[in-house]
Design a binder for this molecule. Structure first.
Ligand code: F1P
Length: 346
């Protein structure tokens, strides 16, 4: 997060500067639609981007799997801005989707980690995450870097469009500057997370639920568990539970909730009650000091209080740690999961 923000935010002046895309400022100012394309974890970062860009810049955003977009006949034109997100910069589906959008005249921005990889060379402009090499196959810090860039992009577009006032922008940038220290505080829960992992290491299934930007966090938590522990996991918007997944809940079903104190707190609490009424085991990611959820659930993992806009940056950390500990306890190779490649080039 720190490396990604370096030289890009100026809280005192109340400005975001993204040198990589500054030549397209006019295009961004007039943007009416942004299409985000990506795969896997990068797609989840894109969903967070949708919340942030629509919230702050008030531009309509669509988030598409590159692996679908490339094979259909999408409506895309020279009026559109496409943001392609990829850790490796080499994912074949994302490359093919970029080529298609480019052929149809769209302006393409990249958010990549690996400098000099194929995607930054194909795009018109872009912003690097500067997350450093991802040693493991499953994306972890790349996600944090991607979400940080998307936060900066959302605020940059908002600044260009005038959809955010200066005082609010300064406050948000000041709070964003504090996020690295808050992430460090998330690691204090590591020992507790290892104990929770011990309880659930043999569960065949796990459900992850969240609302708002907690929903992509739930998807990412489920993907990490699948990728490195080979446990079947699903991420769902908590409000969708009643439309199907509730049938899965019984005493053997662990359910991880993103239940921090934000605008959907009360609604998440009622979803937790629905799970507890069916004897599901609940692990909740809560805001430090929360007593209400603690009294309702089986285990809590605390994260520091922050602006709701930055929730995914914090809430993802304990979920990555939970998957890590479960994978280690199950004897899985966390850096090189079976069947997965760092760059999916086919
Ligand atoms: C996309 C991705 C990763 C996943 C795994 C396979 O990669 O789906 O999110 O963790 O490594 O590839 P990328 O386009 O972000 O490099």
């Amino acid at each position: 997060v720190r490396d990604c923000m370096r030289g890009r935010i100026y809280p005192i002046e109340g400005m975001v500067r993204l040198g990589g895309i500054k030549d397209y400022a006019e295009k961004l100012k007039n943007a009416e639609r942004i299409v985000i394309i990506a795969c896997g974890t990068s797609w989840h970062a894109g969903l967070v981007g949708e919340y942030l860009i629509e919230e702050f810049a008030r531009v309509s955003v669509e988030v598409e799997y590159a692996s679908e977009f490339r094979y259909r006949n999408p409506i895309i034109s020279e009026k559109d801005i496409v943001i392609a997100i990829s850790q490796s910069g080499e994912t074949a589906d994302t490359i093919a989707a970029i080529e298609l959008a480019k052929e149809r005249g769209a302006t393409i921005f990249g958010i990549c980690n690996v400098v000099g990889s194929s995607i930054p060379r194909l795009t018109h402009a872009g912003v690097y995450t500067h997350a450093g090499p991802e040693i493991g196959v499953a994306s972890t810090k790349a996600f944090t870097g991607q979400v940080t860039v998307l936060t900066l992009m959302a605020l940059y577009i908002a600044q260009l469009k005038g959809t955010i006032n200066n005082a609010k922008l300064v406050n948000l940038l000041t709070e964003l500057d504090e996020i690295p220290a808050l992430i460090e505080r998330c690691f204090k829960e590591d020992k507790k997370i290892a104990l929770i992992a011990e309880k659930f290491k043999d569960s065949p299934n796990c459900l992850f639920l969240g609302r708002g930007s907690g929903f992509p966090v739930a998807l990412e938590g489920a993907l990490k568990l699948k990728e490195i522990s080979y446990i079947h996991a699903e991420g769902y918007p908590a409000a969708e539970m009643k439309h199907g997944p509730i049938a899965l809940i019984d005493a053997d079903m662990p359910v991880v909730f993103i239940a921090t104190k934000n605008s959907s707190y009360e609604k998440v609490i009622s979803n937790i009650q629905e799970v507890k009424a069916r004897k599901g085991k609940v692990i909740a990611i809560v805001t430090e000091g929360d007593k209400i959820v603690k009294d309702m659930v089986d285990y809590v993992i605390e994260i520091p209080e922050s602006n709701e806009a930055f929730l995914p940056l914090l809430a993802t950390i304990p979920l990555q740690l939970l998957s890590y500990h479960i994978a280690v306890l199950r004897g899985c190779n966390v850096d090189q999961p079976r069947n997965l490649a760092k760059s999916v080039t086919v």
